[in-house]
Design a protein around this ligand. Structure first.
Ligand code: RP5
Length: 160
């Protein structure tokens, strides 16, 4: 398994599935788990402290509200951790974003955008990490980017 996707709650899956979809499309081996920093703290300790020895290359962690999951995960693994702020109902994800992005110096979390865009980009970031060591993934990532570029029209249409 190359990439671990964790999220604080079942309710985060609607957002985090977009990271999994990207990894699926690019053929990157990944696993998906619910791991809550406050509801299942021991699960988080076990997951983060074993992540490197289990062969993961990086972790994507999504959470909403007081979103300490990515930071706590990063505190217990040397692997790159990409944080996805899930859009909360009360504050539209600003709480999640600020909780994840404002890590004190020394324990980094690579923080993505709020919601779907962040989850998609976390998947792409994770794939680019795996691509450093895997030529087949690198080729699929190049193809994805070329296809995306091709899909952009020269001019806007009224009927699009
Ligand atoms: C966080 O609280 C989760 O990451 C989720 O985004 C948020 C709400 O969780 P639920 O009450 O929907 O389980 O732990």
């Amino acid at each position: 398994m190359d990439v671990g996707i964790i999220m604080g709650s079942q309710s985060d899956w609607e957002t985090m599935r977009h990271a999994a979809d990207v990894l699926e499309r690019l053929g990157v081996a990944h696993e998906v788990k619910i791991v809550s920093a406050h509801r299942t703290p021991q699960r988080l300790v076990d997951y983060a402290t074993s992540a490197r020895e289990r062969g993961l290359k990086c972790v994507i962690a999504g959470a909403g509200g007081a979103a300490h999951l990515p930071g706590m995960c990063a505190s217990m693994t040397p692997l790159p951790v990409f944080g996805v702020p899930v859009q909360s109902k009360a504050l539209n994800g600003m709480d999640s974003l600020l909780s994840i992005v404002q890590m004190p110096a020394g324990v980094p979390v690579g923080t993505l955008a709020i919601g779907r865009a962040g989850a998609v980009n976390a998947g792409l970031m994770a794939a680019s990490v795996v691509a450093l060591l895997d030529d087949a993934v690198a080729a699929r990532l190049d193809a994805f980017r070329a296809e995306q570029t091709e899909a952009v029209a020269d001019e806007p249409r009224d009927d699009a």
